[in-house]
Design a protein around this ligand. Structure first.
Ligand SMILES: [Zn+2]
Length: 465
C-alpha cells in the first residue's frame, strides 16, 4: 500500500505549472459503489439525547460549552490506533505538545488536547465574533433578495480580492490540520520506537477516500432542473443528496418520491432562504422548530444552512443526524473561515460533513473557471490524505450549459478514479459514528473488527526524519 502519510509531511502544496492566476494558494506557506437498498428508506432519527454514561458529549450527550461540542475529535479518537498496550493519555499529550507547532496560532493557546482541537475545528482563528455577520452584511442579507442577481455577482467579484487578501488560511488546499494529525502519530511511534502502527481504516472496505455529492436547490428554477442532474448522476453511477427549501417554493412531493426510489437522498436547506435564519438566536430557534417538522415529514437526516451562515451552538437545536454548513477552507463566503478538516467530525449531537471542494458558484461565476481543474486537483489532494471529497453544487447554477459541462466532466473523471467510497451523506455520517463507537477486540495476537462490517485495518507509517 502506498504510504499516505508521506503526503502529509509536505510543508506546502504546489499546484501544477500552468495554473491560472485564479488558482493560487492564499498565504502560500511559506469502482464506485451503488447505494444499497436500505438507503432508499427514510431514516429514523431518534432526537432523544443519550446519556453521557455510554458516550462522550459529541456522540449524543449534552454538551455544556463550545469546546464540549468538539470533545470527541481528539487525535486518539480520530486515529483509533490498534496497539497494545494502548497509547496512554500522557503519551498522546506528549505527542500533541510537539505536533501542535504545525497548527496556526489558534492551536497554541492551551495545552489541553480538547481545547486545541476545538480551536481548530471551531475556527477560533477568525475571532470571537466569527459566528456573527458584520452590521453591513446583516443589512445586505436583509435586502439581498431585492438585489438583482447580476448585480450581486458583480459585487462579489469586486469583493473577491479583499476576501483573498484578508484570509488567514490557505486555499484551495489547507493541509496543516492533516499534517498535525499525522505528526501526532509520528510522535507516538517515536515514543514507542516503532516504524508503523495499524489503525481502523477511515472508510469501509479499504476505500482510499470518500466521495459525497450534495446539492442545494435555491429556487423553483433549480427545482425544475433537479431531474436533469439526477439523470446525469444516475447514468454515471452516482447518487447525491438534494437539499430543498421547504417554504420558499413549492416542493413537488412526487419529485421527492421519485428521487428516493432512485436511491437519492432528500435534505433540508434552511426554511425560507431569506437571509434571516441567523439574525438572532430567537429567530433561529423559532425556525428550527419548522425545520425539524419538515425533517420528520420528509424523512430527512441532514441540513445545510443558507449562505454558509453558521453557529455551532445554535445548530444544536436541529434534530438531524448530520450537518453540511461548514467547510475545510473558503475565503469567499459571507463568513470566511474553515475547519481545516478533510474528514467528518463530531459537532455536538450530530456529525459535521464539511465540504472540501469549492462551491460551484464560486468556481464558475466568481472565479470564472471553465473547467473542473480546481475540483480535480483538490480531489487528488484529499484522496492522498484519505479524506472526504465533498462537493456542493446547485441545480440553479448548473442549468447554464457551460456549467453543466464542467460538472459532467468532473463526474466522468471521478468515475474512473478511486476506488472511492461513493456514499450518500447520511451513510457517511452513520459510518463515522459507527467507526467511533467500534471497540476492536484483540484475540490471539490479532485484531477483530468484525463488530463493524466493512471495517479494515490500515497502517500509518513513521515519517523519515
Ligand atoms: Zn442556498
Amino acid at each position: 500500500m502506498r504510504d499516505p502519510m508521506s503526503q502529509l509531511r509536505r510543508t506546502s502544496y504546489a499546484l501544477p505549472s500552468g495554473s491560472s492566476p485564479n488558482v493560487r494558494l492564499i498565504h502560500d506557506p511559506e469502482p464506485l459503489v451503488p447505494p444499497s437498498a436500505d438507503q432508499k428508506d427514510a431514516p429514523s432519527f431518534d432526537p432523544a439525547p443519550r446519556t453521557s454514561d455510554d458516550s462522550p458529549a459529541s456522540l449524543g450527550g449534552r454538551a455544556t460549552s463550545l469546546a464540549d461540542l468538539y470533545s470527541a475529535n481528539t487525535p486518539d479518537a480520530f486515529w483509533k490506533l490498534l496497539i497494545k498496550p494502548e497509547i496512554s493519555p500522557s503519551e498522546w499529550s506528549g505527542a500533541v505538545s510537539v505536533a501542535r507547532a504545525i497548527l496556526p496560532d489558534v492551536g497554541q493557546s492551551s495545552s489541553d488536547i480538547s481545547h486545541i482541537v476545538a480551536d481548530v475545528l471551531g475556527e477560533a482563528g477568525f475571532g470571537p465574533n466569527r459566528w456573527q455577520l458584520s452590521p453591513s452584511k446583516r443589512s445586505y442579507y436583509r435586502v439581498k433578495t431585492l438585489v438583482p442577481h447580476r448585480l450581486r455577482v458583480i459585487l462579489r467579484q469586486l469583493y473577491r480580492r479583499r476576501q483573498e487578501t484578508h484570509f488567514s488560511l490557505n486555499w484551495p488546499i489547507e493541509d496543516r490540520y492533516a499534517r498535525f494529525l499525522s505528526a501526532c502519530v509520528d510522535q507516538v511511534l517515536a515514543q514507542r520506537g516503532l516504524d508503523t502502527v495499524p489503525y481502523v481504516g477511515f472508510w469501509p472496505d479499504s476505500r482510499v477516500a470518500a466521495l459525497v455529492l450534495t446539492h442545494d436547490v435555491e429556487d423553483e428554477h433549480g427545482a425544475a432542473f433537479v431531474p436533469v442532474i439526477a439523470d446525469l448522476e444516475e447514468t454515471l453511477g452516482f447518487r447525491s443528496v438534494f437539499n430543498f427549501v421547504p417554504e420558499r417554493y413549492a416542493v413537488d412531493p412526487d419529485l421527492l418520491t421519485d428521487l428516493r426510489q432512485r436511491g437519492f437522498e432528500i435534505g433540508l436547506h434552511d426554511l425560507k432562504h431569506d437571509g434571516k435564519l441567523f439574525l438572532s438566536r430567537k429567530m433561529f430557534e423559532e425556525r428550527a422548530t419548522g425545520i425539524n417538522r419538515y425533517a420528520r415529514q420528509w424523512g430527512a437526516s441532514g441540513f445545510r444552512a443558507p449562505f454558509m451562515h453558521r453557529n455551532p451552538e445554535w445548530l444544536q437545536a436541529l434534530e438531524v443526524e448530520y450537518d453540511l454548513s461548514f467547510f475545510d477552507t473558503d475565503p469567499y463566503e459571507p463568513m470566511p473561515g474553515g475547519t481545516m478538516s478533510l474528514w467528518p467530525f463530531f459537532l455536538g449531537h450530530f456529525v459535521e460533513l464539511p465540504y472540501t471542494l469549492v462551491q460551484d458558484h464560486t468556481l464558475l461565476v466568481i472565479l470564472r473557471e471553465t473547467t473542473p481543474r480546481i475540483w480535480l486537483e483538490k480531489a487528488r489532494f484529499v484522496e492522498q490524505m484519505k479524506g472526504m471529497v465533498l462537493v456542493n453544487s446547485h441545480p440553479d447554477y448548473l442549468q447554464v450549459p457551460a456549467h453543466f459541462q464542467v460538472y459532467r466532466a468532473f463526474l466522468e473523471e471521478m468515475k474512473v478514479r478511486g476506488p472511492f467510497w461513493h456514499a450518500l451523506p447520511r451513510e457517511v455520517a452513520r459510518w463515522w459514528r459507527q467507526r467511533a463507537a467500534l471497540q476492536p477486540a484483540y484475540r490471539d495476537g490479532a485484531w477483530d473488527l468484525s463488530e463493524l462490517p466493512g471495517a479494515t485495518v490500515d497502517h500509518a507509517l513513521a515519517s523519515c526524519q
